[in-house]
Design a protein around this ligand. Structure first.
Ligand SMILES: Cc1cc2nc3c(=O)[nH]c(=O)nc-3n(C[C@H](O)[C@H](O)[C@H](O)COP(=O)(O)O)c2cc1C
Length: 94
């Protein structure tokens, strides 16, 4: 997906937003994506990879920058198997 592009999210209720942690945060290109699209009213489930930093600080920063949006703190997925990821996604739908 081109981050600067506006994408058609009309029929999308849940957005899975994944990124590598850079300097304890989501890279700025993620902010560009958020600001290029209308994500209001959608559930935004975050996930990340990192060297060692947890996802916590990046989600705190996103919530603080975009208080009107519904970010759900997801998981750091380094080393997770497809099976683990599928189980995690299923658990989110319950
Ligand atoms: C500019 C830059 C900043 C980074 N900052 C962090 C950081 O603050 N904490 C961390 O755990 N990893 C950091 N990383 C590592 C990346 O999160 C990691 O390389 C990425 O998630 C991909 O994971 P992989 O290398 O295991 O594929 C940084 C990487 C780059 C390129």
């Amino acid at each position: 997906m081109l981050f600067r592009s506006k994408v058609n999210l009309d029929n999308v209720a849940t957005v899975y937003l994944g990124y590598p942690i850079w300097w304890d945060q989501a890279p700025h290109v993620v902010n560009t994506f958020i600001e290029s699209n209308d994500l209001s009213g959608k559930k935004i489930i975050t996930f990340c990879t990192s060297g060692e930093t947890s996802i916590d600080g990046s989600v705190r920063q996103l919530k603080s920058a975009y208080p009107a949006l519904d970010f759900v703190k997801g998981r750091r997925l380094n080393g997770a198997s497809v099976n683990e990821i599928e189980k995690w996604i299923s658990s989110l739908k319950k």
